[in-house]
Design a protein around this ligand. Structure first.
Ligand code: NAP
Length: 483
């Protein structure tokens, strides 16, 4: 642990509270409150070899066996006096005022605020900042609120190991960082106490980076499914009275999934191309992208994983197709008709080629997409260097996109050129699905043209066109003798 104290993990920001004396000896830690969090924290601290004393308003009310035997139970004053340095405030922030009587006992001690925000939008001060106002002679550190009681109990080998920490006191932060490491967590220094707002709402967020991609994917699914319902079920029903509503459950879902997967995969590579064309057009890489493009670029991983999900589900659905009653019915019915008519179905060589090719491209595309999904996992991605990672995510990504487009085109074969493929003057959904991916591929091919590729590479290495670099422009004018 001694070397942990010397590790320059912490920022140099020091608050006014640093002038306070901080005790450096005993590891005894106090926890105020005897609820769920206090119990799990005490368990973990004891397992990490820390002496723990729990301070409750009413010790007698704590059922025996709730805390490990090694934990000492006391009233709040007794617990605070036992704690040499660290006191965890394992109670709700609205009850902090009830501890004002302990102000002098808590002076000079590190108070760890573990509370979460009650709602996403914090108005005014954060809980930790309010605690610091109530106890100006203590060193308030925000931390451990992002760790759940489950993570505290399951130990260091399971669950998230990050503990976000912030404080205006470097000394206080050091103590908490040291303890977090001793407990098997990874402390992450988030800076001064003003960062507490961000840390307090962190546990309330539900997959923040996923909402946009999930909404986009869902809307795409709704579009393709709705289009399929209109074209394949409603219009034939209204025009010819043909009842195909049974297709709603499986057939149409399976038709929509690959379209969603393909368009979503195109959406992974589209913003990168857009950014490249923007850089070419502006002649510099130093101009900021619009925020919507920035956000889009940051959500590529999520879009890619959702595309993989769509493709994988399509694979499973397709395997189920021959098992359906309707398929069995059709096979038996066709065989019966042939026997009755005394005819033999001729071997359709072209049709066989078509199905072999589209299945093969689909399986290969799904395989490459799986590789992309696996390498996007942090544990796998971290083992690759930047070159390997971009090769997999960009190079193999375009291969997956190409194979998926080929899968769709082989599926369509020459039907796209037949008038029967456009019932009610509407194109089939697979044709709609390949439009954006094809645009992406063509734009990518243009970027590979030597004249464009060379210019883009120069821009990405820091070169700027003259109109973006007035200094160079001036230099050029001077050397050319232009006043
Ligand atoms: P809890 O089970 O309700 O425990 C809160 C404790 O506060 C009680 O056991 C009680 O201890 C004390 N208390 C209750 N009313 C009080 C009052 N009027 N005045 C003073 N003390 C009072 O809550 P918890 O789940 O342990 O959560 C405690 C804190 O941890 C909260 O700020 C929460 O945001 C944070 N947290 C919880 C979790 C979690 O998974 N539960 C995760 C992260 C952060 P005594 O009766 O012994 O005094």
């Amino acid at each position: 642990m001694a070397e942990d104290m010397t590790t320059p993990l912490l920022s140099d920001s020091e608050g006014p509270a640093d002038a306070l004396p901080v005790c450096l000896t005993s590891p005894t830690v106090a926890i105020l409150g005897s609820g769920d969090f206090a119990r799990s924290l005490a368990l973990r601290l004891v397992a990490s070899g820390v002496r723990v004393v729990v301070g409750s308003r009413c010790v007698n009310r704590i059922p025996s066996g709730l805390f490990p035997d090694a934990v000492e139970l006391r009233n709040q004053e007794g617990a605070v006096s036992q704690a040499v340095c660290l006191v965890f405030m394992a109670l709700f922030p609205e009850h902090y005022c009830s501890l004002l009587g302990l102000q002098s006992a808590l002076a000079g001690k590190v108070l760890v605020d573990v509370s979460n925000a009650a709602e996403m939008n914090i108005h005014g001060l954060s809980n930790a900042e309010r605690l610091a106002e109530l106890f100006p002679n203590s060193l308030v550190v925000k931390g451990f609120n992002t760790v759940s009681t489950w993570e505290l109990q399951t130990g260091a080998h399971d669950g998230s190991r990050q503990v976000l920490i912030c404080s205006n006191s470097t000394e206080g932060k050091k103590k908490v960082v040291q303890l977090a490491r001793q407990m098997g967590f990874h402390p992450v220094d988030m800076g001064g106490l003003s960062a507490a707002r961000e840390i307090e709402v962190a546990p309330l967020r539900l997959l923040p980076s996923w909402s946009g991609p999930v909404v986009v994917t869902f809307l795409l699914f709704l579009f393709f499914y709705g289009y399929g319902v209109l074209l394949g079920i409603l219009l034939p029903f209204l025009a010819q009275g043909h009842n195909a509503f049974y297709r709603l459950a499986l057939d149409l879902v399976n038709e929509s999934l690959p379209a969603v997967a393909l368009v979503t995969l195109a959406l992974v590579y589209f913003p990168g191309l857009f950014a490249a064309w923007l850089q070419l057009w502006s002649g510099t890489k130093y101009r900021r992208f619009p925020s919507w493009l920035d956000n889009w670029l940051q959500r590529r991983k999520q879009l890619g994983l959702l595309s993989f999900l769509g493709a994988a589900l399509h694979g499973v659905y397709s395997l189920c197709l021959p098992l359906r009653r309707i398929s069995l019915h059709r096979i038996v019915n066709t065989a019966y008709k042939q026997v009755k008519a005394g005819t033999e179905e001729p071997w359709d060589e072209l049709g066989v080629w078509r199905s072999e090719l589209y299945l093969s491209c689909g399986v290969l595309g799904l395989g490459v997409l799986s590789l992309l999904a696996v390498t996007s996992l942090p544990s796998v991605g971290n083992t690759l260097n930047w070159r390997e990672f971009t090769f997999v995510q960009s190079g193999l990504g375009y291969i997956a996109l190409t194979l998926s487009i080929m899968h769709t085109l082989f599926f369509g074969w020459d039907f796209a050129f037949h008038i029967e493929a456009y019932p009610f003057y509407m194109p089939p959904s697979y044709l709609l699905a390949v439009v954006l991916p094809c645009i992406v591929l063509v734009c990518r091919c243009f970027l590979l043209l030597p004249c464009i590729f060379t210019r883009l590479t120069r821009i990405r290495r820091g070169w700027e066109s003259k109109r973006n670099c007035p200094v160079l422009q001036h230099h050029h004018m001077v050397t050319n003798g232009i006043p």
